[in-house]
Write a protein that binds this ligand. Structure first.
Ligand SMILES: NC(=O)c1ccc[n+]([C@@H]2O[C@H](COP(=O)([O-])OP(=O)(O)OC[C@H]3O[C@@H](n4cnc5c(N)ncnc54)[C@H](O)[C@@H]3O)[C@@H](O)[C@H]2O)c1
Length: 446
Protein backbone atom coordinates (compact mmCIF):
# COMPACT_ATOMS: atom_id res chain seq x y z
CA UNK A 1 0.00 0.00 0.00
CA UNK A 2 1.43 3.42 -0.92
CA UNK A 3 2.15 6.08 1.68
CA UNK A 4 0.55 9.17 0.16
CA UNK A 5 1.85 11.58 2.80
CA UNK A 6 5.45 10.41 2.28
CA UNK A 7 5.08 10.87 -1.51
CA UNK A 8 3.44 14.28 -1.05
CA UNK A 9 6.02 15.56 1.46
CA UNK A 10 8.77 14.67 -1.00
CA UNK A 11 7.15 16.31 -4.03
CA UNK A 12 7.98 19.92 -5.08
CA UNK A 13 4.82 21.58 -3.79
CA UNK A 14 4.46 19.16 -0.87
CA UNK A 15 8.04 19.76 0.26
CA UNK A 16 7.46 23.51 0.25
CA UNK A 17 4.10 23.26 2.02
CA UNK A 18 5.24 20.84 4.73
CA UNK A 19 8.29 23.06 5.31
CA UNK A 20 6.16 26.22 5.56
CA UNK A 21 3.72 24.56 7.98
CA UNK A 22 6.46 22.94 10.05
CA UNK A 23 5.12 19.45 9.31
CA UNK A 24 7.39 16.39 9.48
CA UNK A 25 9.01 15.38 6.21
CA UNK A 26 9.97 11.70 6.27
CA UNK A 27 12.65 10.79 3.74
CA UNK A 28 12.11 7.77 1.47
CA UNK A 29 14.54 5.13 2.72
CA UNK A 30 17.17 3.66 0.40
CA UNK A 31 17.14 -0.11 0.40
CA UNK A 32 18.97 -2.69 -1.70
CA UNK A 33 16.77 -1.90 -4.72
CA UNK A 34 18.05 1.68 -4.74
CA UNK A 35 21.47 1.37 -3.11
CA UNK A 36 22.64 -2.26 -3.35
CA UNK A 37 23.88 -4.42 -0.50
CA UNK A 38 27.42 -3.11 0.03
CA UNK A 39 28.81 -1.11 2.92
CA UNK A 40 27.98 2.58 3.21
CA UNK A 41 31.08 4.68 2.86
CA UNK A 42 33.36 6.29 3.57
CA UNK A 43 33.42 5.26 7.22
CA UNK A 44 34.75 7.49 9.97
CA UNK A 45 36.06 5.48 12.92
CA UNK A 46 36.36 6.66 16.50
CA UNK A 47 37.75 7.22 19.01
CA UNK A 48 41.05 8.73 17.90
CA UNK A 49 43.89 6.18 18.22
CA UNK A 50 45.54 7.93 21.16
CA UNK A 51 42.36 8.40 23.23
CA UNK A 52 41.22 6.51 26.32
CA UNK A 53 38.58 3.91 25.77
CA UNK A 54 39.96 2.54 22.52
CA UNK A 55 38.07 -0.63 21.76
CA UNK A 56 38.66 -4.21 20.72
CA UNK A 57 37.11 -4.21 17.27
CA UNK A 58 39.84 -2.44 15.33
CA UNK A 59 40.96 -5.55 13.42
CA UNK A 60 37.39 -6.67 12.54
CA UNK A 61 36.51 -3.18 11.39
CA UNK A 62 39.74 -2.87 9.43
CA UNK A 63 39.00 -6.10 7.52
CA UNK A 64 35.43 -5.08 6.86
CA UNK A 65 35.92 -1.46 6.00
CA UNK A 66 39.05 -1.82 3.87
CA UNK A 67 37.04 -1.25 0.71
CA UNK A 68 34.93 1.62 1.99
CA UNK A 69 37.73 4.18 2.40
CA UNK A 70 37.70 4.31 6.19
CA UNK A 71 39.19 7.26 8.06
CA UNK A 72 40.01 7.74 11.71
CA UNK A 73 38.73 10.60 13.83
CA UNK A 74 42.10 12.35 13.49
CA UNK A 75 41.49 12.53 9.73
CA UNK A 76 37.98 13.99 10.05
CA UNK A 77 37.24 16.72 7.56
CA UNK A 78 34.27 19.10 7.66
CA UNK A 79 34.14 18.91 3.86
CA UNK A 80 33.42 15.19 3.71
CA UNK A 81 30.02 13.52 4.09
CA UNK A 82 30.57 10.14 5.74
CA UNK A 83 28.36 7.17 4.88
CA UNK A 84 28.89 5.77 8.36
CA UNK A 85 30.28 6.62 11.78
CA UNK A 86 31.56 3.71 13.87
CA UNK A 87 32.62 4.31 17.45
CA UNK A 88 34.27 1.45 19.31
CA UNK A 89 33.37 2.11 22.96
CA UNK A 90 33.93 -1.49 24.02
CA UNK A 91 36.70 -0.51 26.44
CA UNK A 92 34.90 2.47 27.98
CA UNK A 93 34.82 1.63 31.68
CA UNK A 94 34.20 4.96 33.44
CA UNK A 95 32.67 8.37 32.92
CA UNK A 96 36.03 9.90 32.01
CA UNK A 97 36.68 7.50 29.11
CA UNK A 98 33.07 7.82 27.97
CA UNK A 99 33.74 11.49 27.33
CA UNK A 100 35.45 10.36 24.11
CA UNK A 101 31.91 9.60 22.85
CA UNK A 102 30.99 13.24 23.32
CA UNK A 103 34.15 14.50 21.61
CA UNK A 104 33.69 12.26 18.58
CA UNK A 105 29.98 12.65 17.97
CA UNK A 106 29.87 16.34 18.88
CA UNK A 107 32.14 16.96 15.95
CA UNK A 108 31.16 14.21 13.53
CA UNK A 109 27.37 13.92 13.86
CA UNK A 110 26.71 16.71 11.36
CA UNK A 111 28.99 15.02 8.82
CA UNK A 112 26.84 11.92 8.33
CA UNK A 113 25.42 11.67 4.84
CA UNK A 114 21.71 11.18 4.23
CA UNK A 115 20.83 7.47 4.52
CA UNK A 116 23.99 7.01 6.60
CA UNK A 117 24.59 4.63 9.48
CA UNK A 118 25.96 5.12 12.97
CA UNK A 119 27.20 2.13 14.97
CA UNK A 120 28.40 2.28 18.58
CA UNK A 121 30.21 -0.86 19.70
CA UNK A 122 30.09 -1.89 23.35
CA UNK A 123 30.87 -4.79 25.67
CA UNK A 124 27.88 -6.67 27.19
CA UNK A 125 27.50 -4.68 30.45
CA UNK A 126 27.46 -7.73 32.75
CA UNK A 127 30.89 -8.75 31.45
CA UNK A 128 32.59 -5.58 32.68
CA UNK A 129 34.94 -5.87 35.65
CA UNK A 130 33.15 -3.48 38.00
CA UNK A 131 29.95 -1.54 38.62
CA UNK A 132 31.13 1.65 36.93
CA UNK A 133 32.09 -0.27 33.81
CA UNK A 134 28.72 -2.03 33.73
CA UNK A 135 26.93 1.28 34.28
CA UNK A 136 28.73 3.00 31.42
CA UNK A 137 28.21 0.11 29.01
CA UNK A 138 24.50 -0.07 29.90
CA UNK A 139 24.41 3.70 29.50
CA UNK A 140 25.31 3.30 25.84
CA UNK A 141 21.71 2.19 25.25
CA UNK A 142 20.38 5.56 26.35
CA UNK A 143 23.02 7.34 24.30
CA UNK A 144 22.27 5.40 21.13
CA UNK A 145 18.50 5.66 21.48
CA UNK A 146 18.84 9.44 21.87
CA UNK A 147 21.23 9.75 18.95
CA UNK A 148 18.78 7.77 16.80
CA UNK A 149 16.09 10.34 17.63
CA UNK A 150 18.42 13.28 16.92
CA UNK A 151 19.75 11.94 13.61
CA UNK A 152 17.99 12.85 10.40
CA UNK A 153 15.11 10.54 9.54
CA UNK A 154 16.90 8.40 6.96
CA UNK A 155 19.85 7.64 9.26
CA UNK A 156 19.82 4.43 11.32
CA UNK A 157 21.74 4.26 14.60
CA UNK A 158 22.77 0.94 16.16
CA UNK A 159 24.32 -0.37 19.36
CA UNK A 160 26.35 -3.54 18.96
CA UNK A 161 27.52 -5.32 22.11
CA UNK A 162 30.36 -7.70 21.27
CA UNK A 163 31.52 -10.15 23.95
CA UNK A 164 35.28 -10.48 24.47
CA UNK A 165 36.51 -13.30 22.24
CA UNK A 166 33.63 -12.88 19.77
CA UNK A 167 35.23 -10.05 17.79
CA UNK A 168 35.77 -12.19 14.68
CA UNK A 169 32.11 -13.28 14.77
CA UNK A 170 30.85 -9.68 14.50
CA UNK A 171 31.61 -9.30 10.78
CA UNK A 172 28.26 -10.37 9.31
CA UNK A 173 26.38 -8.19 11.81
CA UNK A 174 28.53 -5.12 11.17
CA UNK A 175 28.14 -5.68 7.44
CA UNK A 176 24.35 -5.71 7.90
CA UNK A 177 24.20 -2.68 10.17
CA UNK A 178 26.46 -0.63 7.88
CA UNK A 179 24.51 -1.38 4.70
CA UNK A 180 21.21 -0.35 3.08
CA UNK A 181 19.87 -3.75 4.21
CA UNK A 182 19.23 -2.37 7.72
CA UNK A 183 17.29 0.70 6.53
CA UNK A 184 14.37 0.28 8.97
CA UNK A 185 16.23 -1.10 12.02
CA UNK A 186 17.30 1.60 14.45
CA UNK A 187 17.94 2.52 18.08
CA UNK A 188 18.22 -0.86 19.77
CA UNK A 189 20.93 -3.09 21.19
CA UNK A 190 22.13 -6.21 19.39
CA UNK A 191 24.56 -8.73 20.88
CA UNK A 192 27.27 -10.88 19.34
CA UNK A 193 28.69 -13.63 21.54
CA UNK A 194 30.93 -16.63 20.86
CA UNK A 195 29.27 -18.31 17.87
CA UNK A 196 27.52 -21.67 18.24
CA UNK A 197 28.99 -22.70 14.90
CA UNK A 198 31.01 -20.79 12.37
CA UNK A 199 30.04 -20.42 8.76
CA UNK A 200 32.02 -18.95 5.97
CA UNK A 201 31.82 -15.14 6.02
CA UNK A 202 30.32 -13.71 2.86
CA UNK A 203 29.12 -17.11 1.60
CA UNK A 204 25.50 -15.96 1.86
CA UNK A 205 22.56 -18.27 1.27
CA UNK A 206 23.61 -19.89 -1.98
CA UNK A 207 22.30 -23.45 -2.14
CA UNK A 208 20.80 -23.43 1.36
CA UNK A 209 17.41 -25.00 1.97
CA UNK A 210 14.94 -22.56 3.44
CA UNK A 211 11.36 -23.08 4.68
CA UNK A 212 9.10 -20.02 4.87
CA UNK A 213 5.62 -20.41 6.39
CA UNK A 214 2.79 -18.06 5.40
CA UNK A 215 4.72 -17.33 2.20
CA UNK A 216 1.93 -16.65 -0.30
CA UNK A 217 1.74 -12.92 0.38
CA UNK A 218 2.93 -9.98 2.49
CA UNK A 219 6.06 -10.37 4.57
CA UNK A 220 6.36 -14.10 3.87
CA UNK A 221 6.42 -13.49 0.13
CA UNK A 222 9.13 -10.85 0.54
CA UNK A 223 11.19 -13.30 2.63
CA UNK A 224 10.83 -16.03 -0.01
CA UNK A 225 11.79 -13.59 -2.75
CA UNK A 226 14.90 -12.31 -0.94
CA UNK A 227 16.21 -15.81 -0.22
CA UNK A 228 15.68 -16.76 -3.88
CA UNK A 229 17.63 -13.65 -4.93
CA UNK A 230 20.38 -14.79 -2.54
CA UNK A 231 20.53 -18.18 -4.27
CA UNK A 232 18.66 -20.32 -1.71
CA UNK A 233 16.32 -23.23 -2.49
CA UNK A 234 13.07 -22.05 -0.97
CA UNK A 235 10.03 -24.07 0.09
CA UNK A 236 7.04 -21.73 0.39
CA UNK A 237 4.32 -23.03 2.72
CA UNK A 238 0.80 -21.71 3.14
CA UNK A 239 -2.77 -22.92 3.72
CA UNK A 240 -4.65 -24.62 0.89
CA UNK A 241 -6.86 -21.52 0.64
CA UNK A 242 -3.81 -19.54 -0.46
CA UNK A 243 -3.17 -21.86 -3.43
CA UNK A 244 -3.47 -19.04 -5.95
CA UNK A 245 -0.82 -16.92 -4.21
CA UNK A 246 1.44 -19.94 -3.90
CA UNK A 247 1.20 -20.86 -7.57
CA UNK A 248 1.89 -17.23 -8.58
CA UNK A 249 4.96 -17.36 -6.35
CA UNK A 250 6.06 -20.62 -7.91
CA UNK A 251 5.68 -19.23 -11.41
CA UNK A 252 7.44 -15.99 -10.48
CA UNK A 253 10.32 -17.30 -8.35
CA UNK A 254 10.60 -20.99 -9.12
CA UNK A 255 10.16 -21.93 -5.45
CA UNK A 256 8.73 -25.24 -4.33
CA UNK A 257 5.38 -24.96 -2.60
CA UNK A 258 3.69 -26.81 0.21
CA UNK A 259 -0.04 -26.46 0.97
CA UNK A 260 -0.37 -27.14 4.68
CA UNK A 261 -2.25 -25.68 7.63
CA UNK A 262 0.41 -25.53 10.34
CA UNK A 263 -2.29 -26.04 12.99
CA UNK A 264 -3.42 -29.38 11.52
CA UNK A 265 -2.95 -32.16 14.12
CA UNK A 266 -0.33 -33.94 11.99
CA UNK A 267 1.39 -30.80 10.62
CA UNK A 268 4.63 -31.21 12.58
CA UNK A 269 4.89 -34.89 11.60
CA UNK A 270 4.18 -34.10 7.93
CA UNK A 271 6.75 -31.32 7.90
CA UNK A 272 9.40 -33.47 9.52
CA UNK A 273 8.88 -36.25 6.96
CA UNK A 274 9.06 -33.67 4.18
CA UNK A 275 12.19 -32.07 5.68
CA UNK A 276 13.94 -35.43 5.94
CA UNK A 277 13.07 -36.25 2.34
CA UNK A 278 14.79 -33.00 1.32
CA UNK A 279 17.89 -33.69 3.44
CA UNK A 280 16.85 -31.23 6.16
CA UNK A 281 16.54 -27.46 6.32
CA UNK A 282 19.31 -24.94 6.87
CA UNK A 283 16.82 -22.19 7.69
CA UNK A 284 13.24 -22.31 9.01
CA UNK A 285 11.24 -19.09 9.19
CA UNK A 286 8.03 -19.11 11.21
CA UNK A 287 6.26 -16.23 9.52
CA UNK A 288 2.63 -17.46 9.29
CA UNK A 289 0.49 -15.42 11.64
CA UNK A 290 -3.04 -14.15 12.15
CA UNK A 291 -4.82 -11.46 14.13
CA UNK A 292 -8.32 -11.73 15.61
CA UNK A 293 -8.53 -8.33 17.27
CA UNK A 294 -11.18 -7.56 19.89
CA UNK A 295 -11.04 -6.18 23.42
CA UNK A 296 -10.69 -8.99 25.90
CA UNK A 297 -14.17 -8.61 27.40
CA UNK A 298 -15.73 -9.14 23.96
CA UNK A 299 -13.33 -11.73 22.61
CA UNK A 300 -14.76 -15.12 21.61
CA UNK A 301 -12.90 -18.25 22.78
CA UNK A 302 -12.22 -19.25 19.16
CA UNK A 303 -10.56 -15.88 18.54
CA UNK A 304 -8.24 -16.46 21.45
CA UNK A 305 -7.56 -20.10 20.54
CA UNK A 306 -6.91 -19.64 16.83
CA UNK A 307 -4.38 -16.85 17.38
CA UNK A 308 -2.52 -18.86 20.02
CA UNK A 309 -2.53 -21.94 17.76
CA UNK A 310 -1.21 -20.29 14.57
CA UNK A 311 1.20 -17.80 16.13
CA UNK A 312 2.65 -19.87 18.94
CA UNK A 313 1.67 -23.51 19.55
CA UNK A 314 2.04 -24.75 15.97
CA UNK A 315 5.46 -23.14 15.25
CA UNK A 316 6.74 -24.33 18.64
CA UNK A 317 5.60 -27.90 17.90
CA UNK A 318 7.17 -27.75 14.42
CA UNK A 319 10.44 -26.44 15.88
CA UNK A 320 10.52 -29.29 18.40
CA UNK A 321 9.77 -31.92 15.73
CA UNK A 322 12.39 -30.62 13.28
CA UNK A 323 15.13 -30.23 15.88
CA UNK A 324 14.51 -33.52 17.67
CA UNK A 325 13.73 -35.51 14.52
CA UNK A 326 16.78 -34.52 12.49
CA UNK A 327 14.95 -32.08 10.22
CA UNK A 328 17.56 -29.32 10.68
CA UNK A 329 21.04 -29.35 9.13
CA UNK A 330 24.23 -28.34 11.00
CA UNK A 331 24.71 -24.58 11.50
CA UNK A 332 20.93 -24.27 11.12
CA UNK A 333 18.91 -21.16 11.76
CA UNK A 334 15.38 -20.78 13.10
CA UNK A 335 13.74 -17.37 13.04
CA UNK A 336 10.28 -16.51 14.33
CA UNK A 337 8.31 -13.43 13.36
CA UNK A 338 7.19 -11.81 16.60
CA UNK A 339 5.69 -8.31 16.74
CA UNK A 340 6.10 -4.94 18.38
CA UNK A 341 2.61 -5.58 19.71
CA UNK A 342 4.23 -8.24 21.91
CA UNK A 343 6.65 -5.63 23.29
CA UNK A 344 4.47 -2.58 23.71
CA UNK A 345 1.02 -4.19 23.86
CA UNK A 346 -1.92 -3.02 21.76
CA UNK A 347 -5.56 -2.26 22.48
CA UNK A 348 -7.69 -5.17 21.27
CA UNK A 349 -4.71 -7.46 20.79
CA UNK A 350 -4.33 -9.26 24.11
CA UNK A 351 -4.39 -12.64 22.33
CA UNK A 352 -1.99 -11.56 19.57
CA UNK A 353 0.38 -9.75 21.97
CA UNK A 354 0.57 -12.81 24.23
CA UNK A 355 1.35 -15.10 21.30
CA UNK A 356 4.00 -12.73 19.93
CA UNK A 357 5.60 -11.80 23.28
CA UNK A 358 5.78 -15.51 24.02
CA UNK A 359 8.45 -15.80 21.33
CA UNK A 360 10.71 -13.54 23.36
CA UNK A 361 10.63 -16.16 26.11
CA UNK A 362 10.80 -19.05 23.65
CA UNK A 363 13.96 -17.92 21.85
CA UNK A 364 15.64 -17.05 25.16
CA UNK A 365 14.99 -20.56 26.53
CA UNK A 366 15.64 -22.49 23.33
CA UNK A 367 18.84 -20.67 22.28
CA UNK A 368 21.21 -22.35 24.75
CA UNK A 369 19.47 -25.70 24.23
CA UNK A 370 19.85 -25.63 20.44
CA UNK A 371 23.37 -24.21 20.57
CA UNK A 372 24.60 -27.71 21.40
CA UNK A 373 23.47 -28.77 17.93
CA UNK A 374 24.99 -25.73 16.25
CA UNK A 375 21.55 -24.19 15.66
CA UNK A 376 20.58 -20.61 16.51
CA UNK A 377 17.07 -19.34 17.18
CA UNK A 378 16.09 -15.67 17.09
CA UNK A 379 13.01 -13.55 16.50
CA UNK A 380 12.29 -10.36 14.63
CA UNK A 381 9.66 -7.96 15.93
CA UNK A 382 8.28 -5.84 13.09
CA UNK A 383 6.60 -2.55 13.89
CA UNK A 384 4.27 -1.04 11.31
CA UNK A 385 4.91 -2.79 7.98
CA UNK A 386 2.97 -1.92 4.81
CA UNK A 387 1.03 -5.13 4.01
CA UNK A 388 -2.54 -6.32 3.46
CA UNK A 389 -2.69 -6.93 7.24
CA UNK A 390 -1.98 -3.26 8.05
CA UNK A 391 -4.00 -1.95 5.07
CA UNK A 392 -7.07 -3.35 6.86
CA UNK A 393 -6.49 -1.11 9.92
CA UNK A 394 -8.83 1.95 10.19
CA UNK A 395 -7.29 5.11 8.65
CA UNK A 396 -6.55 7.13 11.81
CA UNK A 397 -4.93 4.23 13.65
CA UNK A 398 -3.00 3.31 10.49
CA UNK A 399 -1.65 6.87 10.12
CA UNK A 400 -0.59 6.95 13.79
CA UNK A 401 1.12 3.57 13.42
CA UNK A 402 3.03 4.79 10.39
CA UNK A 403 4.30 8.05 11.84
CA UNK A 404 5.07 7.11 15.46
CA UNK A 405 8.69 6.17 14.86
CA UNK A 406 11.95 8.01 14.31
CA UNK A 407 11.74 7.52 10.54
CA UNK A 408 8.19 8.85 10.26
CA UNK A 409 7.00 6.05 7.99
CA UNK A 410 6.03 2.39 7.85
CA UNK A 411 8.54 -0.26 6.91
CA UNK A 412 8.37 -2.47 3.83
CA UNK A 413 8.13 -6.28 3.91
CA UNK A 414 11.67 -6.40 2.49
CA UNK A 415 12.97 -4.70 5.67
CA UNK A 416 11.79 -7.69 7.71
CA UNK A 417 13.17 -10.07 5.08
CA UNK A 418 16.61 -8.39 5.16
CA UNK A 419 16.80 -8.66 8.94
CA UNK A 420 15.86 -12.34 8.77
CA UNK A 421 18.43 -12.98 6.02
CA UNK A 422 21.14 -11.47 8.25
CA UNK A 423 20.10 -13.59 11.27
CA UNK A 424 20.00 -16.64 9.00
CA UNK A 425 23.47 -15.98 7.57
CA UNK A 426 25.89 -18.88 8.12
CA UNK A 427 28.32 -16.34 9.60
CA UNK A 428 25.77 -14.97 12.12
CA UNK A 429 26.21 -17.82 14.63
CA UNK A 430 27.16 -15.30 17.33
CA UNK A 431 23.64 -13.85 17.39
CA UNK A 432 21.41 -16.20 19.36
CA UNK A 433 18.29 -15.96 21.53
CA UNK A 434 17.61 -12.36 20.53
CA UNK A 435 14.63 -10.35 19.41
CA UNK A 436 15.49 -7.68 16.87
CA UNK A 437 12.96 -4.96 16.24
CA UNK A 438 12.29 -3.83 12.66
CA UNK A 439 10.35 -0.71 13.47
CA UNK A 440 12.26 2.48 12.51
CA UNK A 441 12.70 3.02 16.28
CA UNK A 442 9.03 2.97 17.13
CA UNK A 443 7.98 5.06 20.08
CA UNK A 444 6.05 2.04 21.39
CA UNK A 445 7.70 -0.36 23.79
CA UNK A 446 11.06 -0.05 25.49
N1 LIG B 1 2.27 -6.37 8.79
C1 LIG B 1 2.74 -5.92 9.93
O1 LIG B 1 2.81 -4.71 10.16
C2 LIG B 1 3.26 -6.88 10.97
C3 LIG B 1 3.77 -6.34 12.15
C4 LIG B 1 4.27 -7.20 13.11
C5 LIG B 1 4.27 -8.57 12.90
N2 LIG B 1 3.73 -9.07 11.75
C6 LIG B 1 3.76 -10.53 11.59
O2 LIG B 1 4.40 -10.85 10.36
C7 LIG B 1 3.87 -12.07 9.85
C8 LIG B 1 3.39 -11.85 8.42
O3 LIG B 1 2.44 -10.80 8.44
P1 LIG B 1 1.76 -10.21 7.12
O4 LIG B 1 1.45 -8.78 7.40
O5 LIG B 1 2.54 -10.55 5.91
O6 LIG B 1 0.38 -11.01 7.18
P2 LIG B 1 -0.51 -11.65 6.03
O7 LIG B 1 -1.85 -11.86 6.62
O8 LIG B 1 -0.40 -10.86 4.78
O9 LIG B 1 0.21 -13.06 5.80
C9 LIG B 1 0.17 -14.11 6.73
C10 LIG B 1 0.23 -15.43 5.97
O10 LIG B 1 0.15 -16.51 6.91
C11 LIG B 1 -0.67 -17.50 6.36
N3 LIG B 1 -1.27 -18.35 7.39
C12 LIG B 1 -2.22 -17.99 8.30
N4 LIG B 1 -2.57 -19.05 9.04
C13 LIG B 1 -1.85 -20.11 8.59
C14 LIG B 1 -1.79 -21.48 8.93
N5 LIG B 1 -2.58 -21.99 9.90
N6 LIG B 1 -0.95 -22.30 8.27
C15 LIG B 1 -0.15 -21.81 7.28
N7 LIG B 1 -0.16 -20.51 6.90
C16 LIG B 1 -1.02 -19.67 7.54
C17 LIG B 1 -1.75 -16.71 5.63
O11 LIG B 1 -2.44 -17.51 4.67
C18 LIG B 1 -0.92 -15.60 5.00
O12 LIG B 1 -0.44 -15.95 3.71
C19 LIG B 1 2.76 -12.49 10.81
O13 LIG B 1 3.28 -13.43 11.73
C20 LIG B 1 2.41 -11.20 11.51
O14 LIG B 1 1.86 -11.42 12.77
C21 LIG B 1 3.24 -8.27 10.78
Amino acid sequence: MSDRYLDFANSGVGGWLTGALGLPRPAPLRRRAEAGTGLVGPLLLGPAPNEDGNGRLAATLGRLAGASGQKTHAEWSPDVRYGGLVFDASNCADAASAQSLYRFFHQAIRSVAEHGRIVVIGTPPELMADAEGEAIQRGLEGFVRSLAKEARRSIAVHLLYVAPGAEDAAGSTLAFLLSPRSAYVSGQPIRVVTPVATGEAGAGHKGRRVLVTGASRGIGKAIARLFVVEGAQVVALDVAGAAEGLSTLKAELGVETLALDITAPDAAETLLADARARGGYDVVIHNAGITRDRTLARMEPREWDSVMAVNLSAPLAITRALVEGGGMRPNGRIIAVSSLSGIGGNMGQSNYALSKAAWIGAVRRLAPQLAGQGITINAVAPGFIETQMTAAIPFAIREAGRRMNSMGQGGHPVDVAETIAWLADPASGGVNGQVVRVCGQSLLGA
